[in-house]
Design a binder for this molecule. Structure first.
Ligand SMILES: CC(C)(COP(=O)(O)OP(=O)(O)OC[C@H]1O[C@@H](n2cnc3c(N)ncnc32)[C@H](O)[C@@H]1OP(=O)(O)O)[C@@H](O)C(=O)NCCC(=O)NCCS
Length: 158
C-alpha cells in the first residue's frame, strides 16, 4: 500500500456557525471535524466504508476563535485485522499570522465494514522509522488502557 494513502489533511475556516457564545469553536463542532478527518483517512486506506469504534486520549490544548484557519491531520499509526488506529491532530492559527499551533489531539479507531456492517480485513501498515514505531507503541498502549478501564468499570457496575 503506498505510504501517501496513509495520511490526509483538511483545511478550512472556523465559521460563525461553528462557535459558542464566547466566540470560540464548540467542542462538538471540533469533534465532528476530527471524526470526518479520521473517517476519510480510514476509508482512503481501506477502500471500504468505515465506522468509528473508539475515540480516546482527547485533549483540548487551546481555544479556536471564529475566523481561524483550521488544519486537521489524520494519520494511520497502527492496523489490526479490520481496525485502523489513527492519530488525529487539529492545528489552528489566525490566517493573518499563519503560525499553526496544536489545538486538539486524539486517537481514533475505525473499523472497515461490508454492506451488512460486518468487519472486513484492511491492508496492514508497518512502521519503518523510529517516530512511527513509537506512534504504533502509543496506539497499542491506548488499547491496553482501554481494556484496563473497561475491566475497572465492570467492577464498579456490579
Ligand atoms: C465497530 C464494530 C463494527 C465492531 O464490530 P464487532 O462485531 O465488535 O467486531 P469484532 O469484535 O470482530 O471487532 C472488529 C475490530 O474492531 C475492534 N474494536 C471493536 N470495538 C472496539 C472498541 N470499542 N475500541 C477499539 N477497537 C474496537 C476490534 O479490536 C477488532 O479489531 P481487529 O480486527 O483489528 O483486531 C461494531 O461494534 C459497530 O458497528 N459499532 C458501532 C459503530 C458506530 O455506530 N459508530 C458511530 C457512527 S460511524
Amino acid at each position: 500500500m503506498p505510504d501517501e494513502k496513509r495520511e490526509i489533511t483538511l483545511r478550512f475556516l472556523a465559521q460563525p456557525t461553528d462557535v459558542n457564545f464566547g466566540g470560540n469553536v464548540h467542542g462538538g463542532s471540533a469533534m465532528k471535524w476530527l471524526d470526518q478527518a479520521g473517517y476519510l483517512c480510514a476509508t482512503v486506506w481501506s477502500g471500504r466504508y468505515c465506522v468509528t469504534a473508539f475515540v480516546g486520549d482527547i485533549n483540548f490544548h487551546s481555544p479556536i476563535p471564529v475566523g481561524d484557519l483550521v488544519e486537521v491531520n489524520a494519520k494511520i499509526i497502527h492496523t489490526g485485522r479490520t481496525s485502523m488506529h489513527i492519530a488525529v491532530t487539529l492545528n489552528s492559527c489566525n490566517p493573518k499570522q499563519c503560525e499553526l499551533s496544536k489545538a486538539i489531539h486524539c486517537i481514533m479507531v475505525f473499523v472497515a465494514v461490508d454492506e451488512n456492517g460486518t468487519p472486513v480485513e484492511v491492508p496492514s501498515w508497518e512502521p519503518t522509522n523510529e517516530t512511527d514505531i513509537s506512534m504504533e507503541e502509543y496506539a497499542i498502549r491506548i488499547m491496553d488502557l482501554r481494556r484496563i478501564n473497561q475491566k475497572e468499570l465492570e467492577v464498579l457496575k456490579k
